[in-house]
Design a protein around this ligand. Structure first.
Ligand code: ACO
Length: 326
């Protein structure tokens, strides 16, 4: 083959853009120091920041149950899970920083309502069964959505997703195990599980985003291989995965249109209320104001920690340079 290396000729100059397009076409990874189009960088910062915010805000609905968990075992599990979500947020903010974003700015934009986070975390957790259903549905949906993101074209995002997905799998199983335990309990406990299933089913389907014909970012993100599947494809995968689990658990999914379609090899299901999704995304969900107020308060109350850490780092740097000069 007459490649430059084979002929000893100097490599042909290629535009940065075509090198980037080649990397994407060959399904290789784009790394932080590589040249990338502005649109690619902006899309990633948008998606990764929203994802990070979702993890951090997502600590609240379940965190409310830590003090009320019914046993030490359940409390320890829930504690570990909520702590994992904080870890996921931190990996993701770090991934956004590799693109030149500033973590402090991202937090500001979240609490000022200028950046989004997942709609699902704007619903209330009314009973302890909600903890189980969040694990089963919300973390199950997160796995469907995020396993393909492990192959996202941007290296730091894909690598962060590998660990996040492993932890999400544990979260999903703990939710399902909690529900199995409740379903083996009293009539009241079974009713609590069914009630939580009824409340969380449709919002969980909305987590995947608007339908494909109304998803302005999908085509570009798929061409750049940031996203690997459309919103509707992943929603269908989630429904197909969840129906047999619901049967095993002994609960009914609240959708009269839900049935197996032999021809398609998938379940047919009803249409989520897209107006509700729009309202929740635009700030008008049942708990948006409460979630943001709590995040803002935590940020303000944490100011002294950030100041102390900055002062400590400055002291250490000064000591290190004194040591080097001596
Ligand atoms: N909640 C809030 N906003 C949403 C949601 C949702 N469920 N779905 C879509 N949106 C927003 C998009 O962010 C986009 O807004 P923007 O253009 O102002 O940024 C707009 O609605 C239109 O949607 P799409 O064009 O479909 O947007 P996109 O291609 O980014 O797809 C999706 C949305 C599927 C959420 C994608 O960003 C993604 O896969 N993100 C990573 C995963 C993630 O963030 N998960 C959150 C849950 S984390 C957890 O469960 C622990």
């Amino acid at each position: 083959m007459n490649t430059p290396a084979a002929t000893g000729a100097p490599p042909q100059p290629r535009s940065l853009e075509s090198a980037f397009e080649d990397t994407i076409a060959r399904d290789q990874r784009v790394e932080p120091r590589d040249w990338m189009p502005d649109g690619y960088r902006k899309t990633l910062i948008r998606q990764i920041a929203q994802h990070a915010h979702s993890e951090i805000i997502g600590m609240q609905p379940e965190g409310e149950w830590i003090t009320r968990a019914p046993s030490l075992r359940r409390k320890a599990i829930l504690f570990a899970k909520v702590q994992d979500e904080a870890g996921h947020g931190l990996y993701l903010y770090s991934a956004a920083e590799t693109l030149g974003a500033d973590r402090a700015d991202l937090t500001e934009w979240l609490i000022e309502g200028r950046q989004k986070y997942s709609s699902i975390f704007n619903y209330p957790t009314r009973t302890f069964a909600d903890v189980g259903v969040i694990g089963w549905f919300v973390d199950g949906a997160a796995i469907c959505n995020q396993v393909p993101l492990c192959r996202s074209s941007y290296g730091p995002y894909g690598r962060a997703m590998v660990r996040v997905c492993k932890e999400e799998s544990f979260h999903q199983r703990q939710g399902y195990e909690l529900l199995l335990t409740m379903m083996r309990g009293t009539e009241e406990q079974r009713a609590m599980v069914q009630d939580a299933v009824d409340r969380w089913w449709w919002p969980s389907l909305m987590m995947f985003g608007p339908p494909d014909d109304n998803s302005p970012n999908s085509a570009r993100s798929m061409a750049w291989r940031i996203k690997r599947h459309t919103n509707d494809e992943l929603r269908q995968r989630f429904v197909d995965m969840t129906v047999p689990q619901a049967e095993k658990l002994g609960v009914t999914l609240p959708d009269p249109e839900l049935r197996w379609n032999e021809e398609r090899g998938h379940h047919d299901f009803g249409t989520p209320d897209w107006d509700e999704l729009k309202r929740v995304i635009s700030g008008d969900g049942p708990c948006n104001a409460e979630r943001i107020a709590r995040r803002r308060a935590a940020h303000e109350e944490g100011a002294w920690v950030r100041e102390a850490a900055t002062a400590h780092a400055a002291k250490q740097a000064a000591r290190a340079s004194e040591g080097a000069a001596a």
